[in-house]
Ligand binder design. Structure first.
Ligand SMILES: [Zn+2]
Length: 164
């Protein structure tokens, strides 16, 4: 088993606490690589914290993602650590990588994360205004914070996987 940490970075303009809009059902889209044959699956796969499946031969062990490699047919799996929630990306980290989430992986590794899919949220840095529907599908998001009378935005999102 290997613990993988996903770090993200973004340029935040007058906002903080960028996070999935729904902690449990947010679908994270990851690109997965088989550790047996090193094949990278071409399509991104959806993984969320609530869905669980039994691991084959795992005596009732559950995982959030169970995958059979199309090339070597080996099964592998990954699961979130319930004790480690996804960490909102704050203005303090602006423009620098910060830890986002951790997964325990067996037989696979994740090699990419697509942040443009799924609903996000963030908060006005000065005003506390909640922006509950942040759409990053264009790779960036812009809006206006009326309470603080400033433009708000998120851009230049990048991600990086490494051993936790
Ligand atoms: Zn394989």
């Amino acid at each position: 088993m290997v613990r993988l940490l996903l770090e993200i970075k973004a340029e935040l303009e007058n906002v903080t606490d960028l996070a999935p809009a729904s902690a449990g059902t947010f679908e994270y889209f990851f690109q997965v690589k088989c550790n047996s044959c090193h094949e990278v699956h071409p399509k991104f796969v959806g993984v969320n914290r609530e869905d669980e499946r039994e691991v084959s031969g795992g005596k009732g062990n559950m995982a959030n993602f169970v995958w059979r490699c199309g090339t070597c047919k080996r099964e592998s799996s990954a699961k979130f650590d319930d004790k480690l929630p996804t960490i909102p990306y704050t203005a303090d980290a602006n423009g620098q990588f910060a830890p986002f989430l951790t997964l325990e992986c067996r037989g696979l590794e994740f090699v990419a994360f697509d942040p443009t899919r799924g609903a996000w949220k963030c908060v006005g840095a000065e005003s506390g205004t909640v922006f509950p529907e942040v759409d990053l599908s264009e790779g960036e998001w812009v809006d206006y914070d009326e309470k603080a009378a400033v433009p708000v935005g998120i851009s230049s999102i990048e991600s990086n996987w490494r051993r936790a």
